[in-house]
Design a binder for this molecule. Sequence first.
Ligand code: FES
Ligand code: FES
Length: 160
Amino acid sequence: MKQIANFIVNGKACELAIEPHMLLVEVLRDELGLTGTKQSCGIGHCGACTVLIDGIPTLSCLTPALTARGKNITTIEGLAEGTRLHPIQKAFIDYGAIQCGYCTPGMILSAKALLDRNPNPSREQVKQALSGNLCRCTGYVKIVDAVLAAAESMGKEASE
Ligand code: FES
Ligand code: FES
């Protein structure tokens, strides 16, 4: 039997009736139409489905949606402000850190969680923070470069 679930998704309160077995990735993609969150392996290995729950990177393919009731969920759709991309999104484009793009939403959200808690990370800290996000295309170097560049530009923005 369906149950009522309340979430705050990208800053907006939403309430919907869901089956108890539904995973968060299914609710986001199939019920809320937020298809920026990708499902790839479906078993917790690749990080493509990463979203932030109360700011913590979380694998939505392993998260029963009902356990996220009442929480703040951020998906990739929540980062840009209108047509203005988030600095991490912009850096991924500027640094050529995207090829097929399948890993990109999860990578960017893991990077955001890192920069929110550590605005000036080392290269090693970036690699560590992204270690749960697999990319089959880029070789990772450009992704790490992009996150470091985003940290720098966000630091400059904050000091202006
Ligand atoms: S789809 Fe969730 S970890 Fe791969
Ligand atoms: S850009 Fe293709 S998996 Fe990362």
